[in-house]
Ligand binder design. Structure first.
Ligand code: KDG
Ligand code: MG
Length: 403
């Protein structure tokens, strides 16, 4: 038995907030898991410290599935982003420990490699089409095979996905929520022009992606998908809010543009209908917000039955611990599609010493036993938690809208 003897939550802000769970076992092995929930970080920290850690002490670290069931079924209150991020942190840390105990990189325990590395997409953004494409060109020169394009919308002061700092987009930027203003009409006019120009400038040898960030109705999404068809996007992401999964039927009736959704999903039940009815092409649930490696594998297995591939969320609010876990998952499943990756700040990469590397448009998880990432606790302590909110969004007449 590999007894859990202690567990603690580490909160640090090396450029943005991250919550990490660290578990220690009787023979001195440690494992870590990402528990970051953007803008709601302290709620997961409390859930872990007050309600999960006391139940972990004394348990066998090897019994990952039983611990998962204990925290999910055993809690009575199921699902939700706070609960599932906390479960994910425990699950990831236990997989880290098991792989270290075996002396193997985690992907070996998940069945070994299905591919050399995980194709990643990066974010090109700018206030104008020209600026966005300039950045896209530089990503192409760096070797990226896939690029997400987000551009400012003429007539709107700010919009989702367009940042001040170009290498990464960091929306949780204020002590209280900032406000964006939205116009669907202006937006719908601007995106086809971006993609038309992008194909002229970038050619056809690179995958192009776009994130709508939940701002359209199903029929508007159908229209946008149709308008983009000539430019063959790799995917159109989060066209509509996915609480009502049946909404996607209408979108599907109107376009063959591939659809991706799921970065805010936290359980297999959030994607069940979308997958079973083949209403989407890519499922974007990720390790930290969807119950860890154990649950994400279950989602991927269901998706595989219905021709749906994975495309895990990988914005800067997912720590290098989550990114590492995602990469081991990505290389080990048969129906991997693509992995999102944005650069973290230099300070973040110093706090989280990671072994994954980028080469020729792909990330590689590395060969270190376990996840291949460690947290420098002393350095982490130098960056205390800083309250930060995601923005909210209003229509031009002031109505509160989806961000
Ligand atoms: O926390 C919110 C961000 O992770 C999200 O806005 C980023 O949509 C996003 C993406 O596709 O990376
Ligand atoms: Mg997104």
């Amino acid at each position: 038995m590999l007894k859990i003897v202690s567990a603690k939550v580490i909160i640090t802000c090396p450029g943005r907030n991250f919550v990490t769970l660290k578990i220690e076992t009787s023979d001195g092995l440690t494992g870590i898991g990402d528990a970051t929930l953007n803008g709601r970080e302290l709620s997961v920290a409390s859930y872990l410290t007050d309600h999960v850690i006391p139940c972990l002490i004394g348990r066998d670290a090897h019994n990952i599935e039983d611990t998962w069931q204990y925290l999910y079924r055993g809690a009575y209150w199921r699902r939700g982003p706070v609960t599932m991020s906390a479960i994910a942190a425990v699950d990831t840390a236990l997989w880290d420990i098991k792989a270290k105990a075996a002396g193997l990189p985690l992907y070996q325990l998940l069945g070994g490699r299905c591919r050399e590395g995980a194709m990643v997409y990066s974010h090109a953004n700018g206030t104008t089409i020209e600026e966005t494409l300039e950045q896209a060109i530089s990503y192409k020169e760096m070797g990226y095979k896939a690029i997400r394009l987000q551009s400012g919308v003429p007539g709107l002061k700010s919009t989702y996905g367009v940042s001040g700092t170009k290498l990464f987009y960091e929306p949780a930027d204020a002590d209280l929520p900032t406000e964006n203003v939205w116009s669907t009409e202006k937006y719908l006019r601007s995106v086809p022009a971006l993609f038309e120009k992008a194909r002229e400038v970038l050619g056809w040898d690179v995958h192009l992606l776009h994130d709508v960030h939940h701002r359209l109705t199903p029929i508007e999404a159908g229209r946008l998908g149709k308008d983009l068809e000539p430019y063959r996007p790799f995917w159109l992401e989060d066209t509509v809010v996915a609480e009502n999964q049946a909404n996607f039927r209408l979108i599907r009736q109107h376009t063959t543009t591939p659809l991706a959704v799921g970065e805010i999903f936290n359980s297999i039940w959030d994607c069940k209908q979308l997958i079973e009815e083949q209403l989407i092409d890519y499922i974007r649930a990720t390790v930290v917000h969807a119950g860890g490696i154990t649950h994400l594998r279950r989602i991927a297995a269901l998706a595989d039955l219905h021709n749906v591939r994975t495309g895990c969320h990988g914005a800067t609010d997912l720590s290098p611990v989550c990114m590492s876990a995602a990469l081991h998952f990505d290389v080990s499943i048969p129906n991997f599609g693509i992995q999102e990756w944005m650069h973290h700040t230099k300070e973040t990469d110093e706090v989280f010493r990671r072994t994954y590397t980028f080469k020729d448009g792909m990330l590689h998880p590395g060969e270190m036993p376990g996840l291949g990432v460690e947290i420098d606790e002393k350095l982490a302590a130098k960056y205390p938690y800083k309250r930060a909110f995601l923005p909210v969004n209003r229509l031009e007449d002031g109505t509160l809208y989806n961000w």
